[in-house]
Write a protein that binds this ligand. Sequence first.
Ligand code: NAP
Ligand code: 8YV
Length: 324
Amino acid sequence: MSAERAMVLLAGKVHPRVRERVEAEFDAVSIDAADAGMMSDKARSRIRGIASGTVISAEFIDSLPNLEVIANFGVGYDAVDVAHAATRKVMVTNTPDVLSDEVADTTVGLLLNTLRELPKAEAYLRAGRWAAEGAYPLTSLSLRGRTIGIFGLGRIGLAIARRLEAFGLPIHYHTRTQRSDVVYTWHPRLIDMASAVDTLIVIVPGGAATEKVVNADILNALGPQGVLISVGRGSTIDEPALIAALADRSIAAAGLDVFADEPNVPQALMDLPNVCLLPHVASASISTRNAMADLVVDNLAAWLDGRAAVTPVPECAGLDRKPS
Ligand code: NAP
Ligand code: 8YV
């Protein structure tokens, strides 16, 4: 007689490779949102793991008495109540490193598109305006001569810094703790870095500590030649303050991959000419998303098999296993 397979919940929007592997390796159940009311008591009591692409609240965690692991699809895990999970001895994992180069590449592309208006120039060509009206106007902004400030010099921030260093640009950064392995200029205060640079790249995690910290004061400090590139989480930016700063040219331009209320992007932002907008695609290549998917399932398989998680989030590193 074969042993009963562990039950894993596919919660929210799930990558096809996660679904395929979870269905092959576990007993699987799917729900569109992490809502305990969508499942019977019996189903809830069988669930030992979650492959997550949605908000996982404390209440939802408490509704699953035998939950052991939440494997988050993404390196950012601000959607999971990790503090509560840890108190319940529920392991939380994420998908670091496998996406850092992809996200860094996209960030540099977004920065160049914002400064040199490449999407607009292509639209101009496709509309037949090059032949009809002549050359696309010269851009007022350039990457040349810029000073880069990176808010968050972790795995992805460092990959961005290495790329922009190769472009010949000076690099500054703001984190809570100074790194000992880089020679870039560290600023203990974000406002001081914003005053010292003209290009602010935001790649910090979301959550309470970074909520709306890029506000009107930071944007004013960046100045009229200032460019904001946001690829971390939309919650870090005070969006109304950004819209006002772009409209009155307190800063010159912005490039955004993340938003406060995805997938809803404020119309006021879309109406502005000096902003380049992407629909949260920084990691969105087939190869990188497949690597993230494999890491999600590898984490579930390891923890549910009694082994160490492959990539536990820092809050759960060293977590004691739930007594069985
Ligand atoms: P990481 O390695 O953990 O790096 C985070 C960095 O942010 C560290 O340098 C950390 O330094 C700094 N930081 C954290 N909290 C801070 C605070 N309150 N004030 C100042 N600095 C702070 O993470 P990562 O792998 O680079 O990923 C970063 C984030 O990017 C993710 O959490 C996710 O939200 C976002 N992301 C977005 C996309 C996308 O598709 N747009 C893709 C991947 C990731 P200290 O701890 O020293 O402060
Ligand atoms: C993903 C991300 O787009 O890893 C992250 O934190 O924001 C992105 O790689 C997202 O997690 C899944 O849609």
